[in-house]
Design a protein. Structure first.
Length: 331
């Protein structure tokens, strides 16, 4: 009961805020729920799901409680198509990907679970979505898991250094030191999942390789787990070059956010084009993550939605102006 209610009844207050039509009373080790049948039934299922998370060793912070509720309502929605179509929230929040240094990496949303399951089931997986949805972090966790279980012999992490195009020569240090800032997010994720002292040893032995995308040309990567991060900043030619590095016993994950392209001169993103070219191929999966899958501060998902609305408004206004101009020209 203490684990369910939270410190100073914080979890209980969150439950009451999410299901305001249900009247919830706690007395000792018993919970009484009153209200309209639909609201009361939802509150009962909500609490039972939270208890299932606790029973499986999961934690219940306020954000976790909100995620359980979001998954529960999606499971009950018409698009959920019943209990079998969408997994129970407890199954999502207690699925362990990797345990390291006293921490366990788990998916936190339905979209993240589908993404993780797609990586396990397919040779090439594309994770496309906004910042904060765990695209790179979960892919890194699956890579470390595959390395530790000897499914692969090495991990190859790469990303394009787009900004380095003009300014690289002005940065201090050797070529490696110039490129390092663009690869730093990958190192940071590694440090979360591996013993810090072991990382230099693994890098020196080549068991883990972190390199710019340009270094992939001409290679065949066998028995490797390969991650291409920030793929929205690849050209079509670079994307083709990267995908054709795939060797025997290898697995690839490509991540990116098509709304944050930094390519110069209006160049088309290879990540946008590859979806049109490769959709339908066997053993290849595209996973779309949305603002619902953001696991950073709640404001991040609201910011993403606000920018999406603004972009939609701008596109609609531009289309309207173009249509009016065409009508004038016809007259």
């Amino acid at each position: 009961m203490l684990a369910l209610l939270g410190r100073e009844d914080a979890t209980l207050r969150t439950i009451e805020a999410l299901v305001p039509a249900a009247d919830i009373h706690v007395r000792g080790d018993r919970i009484a729920i009153r209200g309209e049948p639909g609201a009361a039934a939802l509150a009962v299922e909500f609490i039972e799901e939270l208890l299932a998370v606790i029973g499986r060793g999961g934690s219940l912070r306020p954000d976790d409680v909100r995620r359980v509720f979001a998954m529960l309502t999606e499971r009950q929605s018409p698009s959920g198509s019943g209990d079998d179509a969408v997994p129970r929230p407890a199954e999502v929040l207690t699925q362990s990907i990797l345990s390291s240094r006293g921490r366990t990496v788990r998916p936190k949303t339905l979209g993240q679970k589908r993404y993780v399951d797609a990586i396990a089931a397919h040779t090439i997986t594309f994770g496309i979505g906004p910042a904060g949805t765990g695209k790179t972090y979960l892919a890194m966790a699956k890579a470390v898991q595959a390395l530790q279980s000897k499914q692969v012999k090495r991990i190859v992490l790469t990303r394009p250094a787009v900004e380095a195009g003009e300014r690289l020569g002005f940065l201090p240090g050797t070529l490696s030191e110039k490129i390092d800032p663009y690869l730093r997010p990958l190192y940071d994720a590694l440090q979360d999942m591996l013993d810090v002292d072991s990382i230099p040893r693994l890098l020196e032995a080549g068991t883990i390789e972190v390199a710019p995308l340009a270094y992939m040309r001409g290679r065949t990567l066998n028995d490797a787990f390969i991650i291409l991060d920030e793929a929205q900043n690849t050209s079509s030619e670079q994307m083709k070059m990267f995908l054709t590095r795939l060797g025997f016993g290898a697995k690839m994950v490509v991540t990116g956010d098509v709304t944050q392209t930094d390519l110069p001169g209006g160049m088309a993103s290879g990540l946008l084009q590859v979806r049109e070219i490769l959709t339908g191929l066997e053993d290849l999966q595209f996973c779309e993550l949305t603002s619902k899958d953001v696991v950073r501060h709640r404001l991040v998902s609201q910011i993403i939605d606000a920018y999406a609305r603004d972009e939609a408004t701008r596109v609609a206004a531009h289309s309207g102006r173009s249509l009016r101009r065409e009508n004038r020209e016809e007259r």
